[in-house]
Write a protein that binds this ligand. Structure first.
Ligand SMILES: [Zn+2]
Length: 395
């Protein structure tokens, strides 16, 4: 049953759609939006009847919920490839950083992303971006936690004693949506390993997770390498970010404990694709390829074992451009053999559920937050690269 027309109403007739969980391929269907809510989705093209009621109708080939980018750094321009400029930028005035974040939010929207999770910056641009984000919702972790002098200077505050950690979590909880913890360093591509011990041991991290949970925050941890992954799993974090050097045993434990994985292929893939920029030698390029191949293999294993796989690109990293990088992550998922409905869930309903974000299913009663593509990605995944339009309370 489709309601009466009014100024805030519009309809989309679509050949096929993905509702956030399932593909509907037996169209046409007509979706009607009234005052920002999906008032009806019915089989058939009822545009003639709607036209008589002055409801504007658009015809599309495929619609689906707006995408979720689960790991990004909005204040960083991933397209800036010059290392000197990237370093100097860390001393730029806040206004300049905010302008970069605005551009990055626009790039996300152009790629069909309507929810961005910011994974940390120490300048607070992620928090400010929540106010400036327009049609894109931004979740902000504010500042992450790290050990003094260890990896994560651009996105984390330093904590030492247990008291300091507790105070930091309490302070972060007053303004952040989620808690980010830097558990390990980054990959040493030349050596092909993650160097150094994890920044927190399992008791410390367990305590962080429990304190955060008591304050209503989920925890997501920057973590690569077996030593760190074992700590993250034992501590029962909500999500493991990056997770390079994954193993089947760790994936099994993640599945058992319902820990999600955001594998962020893009930053490592870019180093492999453009080795001359950082001056990587042939041996390092071979390491990068090996790391990526193992990552692809483990994402396939994760899917088999039932680990919740979530798409996030680490946009803002060297060579990782906001918006398009999230689509690249979906391509990596496809390449591992993940079926398209699972690929799309990883960037729609699943992360929204995992993070307790407002739902955005293409279902009656839900908030209108969807995008159209020129064709169905179930027929050709390349359609994901061209978002035609973003639909919200108006269109
Ligand atoms: Zn990151």
């Amino acid at each position: 049953m489709i309601g009466t027309g009014c100024m805030d109403s519009y309809a989309v007739v679509t050949a096929t759609f993905f509702d956030g969980e399932q593909y509907h391929s037996d169209g046409p269907y007509t979706a009607v939006v009234e005052q920002g809510t999906i008032a009806g989705i019915e089989r058939g093209d009822v545009s003639v009847a709607l036209g008589r009621r002055d409801i504007r109708v658009t015809k599309k080939a495929f619609i689906m919920p707006g995408l979720v980018e689960a790991h990004s750094h909005l204040f960083l321009d991933g397209g800036q490839l010059d290392f000197t400029i990237r370093n100097e930028y860390l001393n730029a005035p806040g206004e300049e950083m905010l302008a970069v974040a605005r551009d990055n939010i626009a790039a996300n929207l152009a790629a069909g992303v309507t929810l961005v999770v910011d994974a940390g910056d120490r300048y607070g641009i992620n928090h400010l971006s929540r106010l400036e984000s327009g049609r894109v919702t931004v979740r902000s972790a504010g500042m992450a936690l790290r050990r003094p002098g260890r990896y994560g200077g651009f996105m984390a505050r330093e904590v030492t004693s247990g008291d300091e950690i507790s105070r930091a979590i309490r302070e972060i909880s007053t303004s952040a949506d989620d808690l980010k913890v830097i558990l390990t360093g980054i990959i040493d591509f030349k050596a092909g390993v993650v160097k150094g011990e994890p920044q927190f041991d399992r008791e410390e991290l367990r305590s962080i997770v429990l304190q955060a949970r008591a304050l209503g925050l989920r925890t997501f941890v920057h973590c690569s390498g077996v030593a760190g992954l074992e700590v993250a799993v034992a501590a029962g974090v909500d999500s493991i970010e990056h997770g390079f050097f994954m193993t089947r045993d760790i994936l099994k434990s993640m599945a058992d404990r319902g820990i999600s994985w955001v594998p962020t292929f893009s930053p490592v893939h870019f180093q492999w694709q453009r080795p001359e920029l950082a001056g990587w030698d042939a041996k390092t390029v071979a390491n990068l390829r090996r790391i990526l191949d193992s990552h692809l293999e483990h994402v396939a294993i994760a899917a088999d074992l039932g680990v919740p796989l979530v798409a996030g690109s680490d946009a803002g990293s060297h060579g990782v451009r906001h918006g398009e990088a999230l689509i690249a992550e979906l391509d990596f998922f496809s390449r591992t053999g993940l079926p398209m409905d699972a690929v799309l869930r990883s960037a729609t309903s699943l992360p929204r559920k995992r993070w307790g974000a407002e739902a955005a299913m293409l279902e009656v009663g839900q908030r209108a937050d969807f995008i159209s593509l020129e064709g169905s990605p179930f027929k050709d995944a390349r359609y994901l690269h061209n978002v035609e339009a973003v639909f919200g309370s108006t269109h």
